[in-house]
Design a protein around this ligand. Structure first.
Ligand code: KG4
Ligand code: ZN
Length: 348
């Protein structure tokens, strides 16, 4: 089954063709990073407008790179939640038009389920059940992936996502957007033991995360130094902050693996590209005798190949949308498709 997938939940307009959920025939991404960099973060209206401009050409290129025409495609998959609502609606409406014009099934895909599925492309033998740490710009979840379409969140952040904390700390250190990536590069030359940070705990919920205290601590250290006219060694500060975030992520993942009994640990989302996280998680899993799966670097960030991979398993589970498909800014990863929070049905 060949799926043409479209992703537009944030600042990448992406389209891909994926066969049987495992083989990438094409994967095209038009990034808006350079434009959002001017503002230090994603500007939602600009993101929507750029998606509207790019989605058609990106989709045509995905088909031509795969050497296929729309007639040779079996279904259209699209990210319908969560994300920036205006950005999502561009992809959803485009996918609807394609599905209607080509008389193809339309498969709605949850963005975070897509991030998990990026691992099916990088690890052809990977199958559920497994434990997945989903770390993106907006989410930090520990998820038991029970089967391809059944998820159970056993830990999540109570405030900032890990990526958000890294981005805000990086911005305060004067690094460009996207902060997490630049912090990773700068931290490579710093001493991770130079600064100390609090280790946050959520009372009664040992698998839940809290990163806002850690973020405030780094901001305070920067402000205090500025007020005293001191200059901090930013590579040391960045390396220490990153080490603290990674320590928390690894510690919680280890607890979750023990609690769930999962012997396979999987990472997903943009922050899974982080070099320190990849290294420390590999060391942890080696020590405990667990298998670790990481997405290949080009599949860590937002892309449509991951949507095509998950779309295949959603389709196999019977998930299909009609032309009333809506987009949602927030939606739990566990929630089965069904236009559940659609405000109203349209009477004509
Ligand atoms: O999954 P993603 O591309 O978009 C969302 O769904 O949110 O994740 C974006 C996040 C941003 O916070 C970005 O700073 C972070 O991933 N990121 C990184 C690295 N590359 C991207 N964080 C740490 N180290 C990296 N190498
Ligand atoms: Zn993402």
């Amino acid at each position: 089954m060949r799926i043409l997938a479209i992703e537009s939940s944030c600042d990448e307009t992406a389209a891909a063709v994926v066969e049987n959920g495992r083989t990438v025939l094409s994967n095209v991404i038009a990034s808006q990073v350079e434009e959002h960099k001017l503002y230090g973060g994603v500007v939602p209206e600009i993101a929507s407008r750029r998606h509207a401009e790019a989605v058609s050409a990106v989709t045509q290129k995905a088909l031509s790179d795969a050497g296929l025409t729309l007639r040779e495609i079996d279904a259209v998959a699209v990210t319908y939640a969560p994300g920036l609502i205006g950005a999502l609606l561009v992809g959803v409406n485009y996918a609807k038009s394609l599905a209607y014009a080509a008389k193809l099934p339309l498969i709605p895909v949850h963005h975070l389920r897509g991030h998990v599925a990026a691992n099916y492309l990088s690890h052809p033998d990977l199958e559920p059940p497994f434990l997945c740490l989903v770390v993106s710009g907006g989410h930090t979840h520990l998820v038991e992936v029970k089967d391809y379409t059944t998820f159970s969140v056993i830990g999540k952040t109570r405030d900032d996502a890990a990526g958000e904390a890294l981005d805000k700390a990086a911005r305060a250190m004067g690094l460009p957007y996207p902060g997490g990536l630049h912090l990773d590069r700068m931290a490579a030359s710093g001493n991770p033991a130079a600064f100390r940070f609090p280790v946050p705990r959520v009372d009664g919920a040992p698998l839940d995360f809290s990163f806002s205290g850690l973020k405030t601590s780094v901001l305070n250290q920067l402000h205090n130094a500025a007020q005293k006219g001191e200059t901090l060694c930013l590579p040391d500060l960045g390396a220490s902050f990153l080490a603290s975030v990674v320590h928390i992520l690894c510690d919680h993942t280890a607890r979750a693996a023990v609690q769930s009994g999962c012997k396979t640990v999987v990472l997903a989302g943009g922050v899974s590209a982080n070099s320190v996280l990849r290294r420390e998680m590999a060391a942890l899993c080696k020590k405990r005798g667990w298998r670790l799966c990481l997405p290949e670097l080009p599949l860590c960030g937002d892309n449509a190949a991951m949507i095509g991979a998950q779309g295949y398993y959603e389709a196999k589970a019977g998930v299909c949308a009609d032309l009333s498909l809506n987009a949602f800014a927030t939606l739990p990863i566990e929630q089965p498709f069904g236009n559940p929070t659609s405000e109203r049905s349209v009477s004509i």
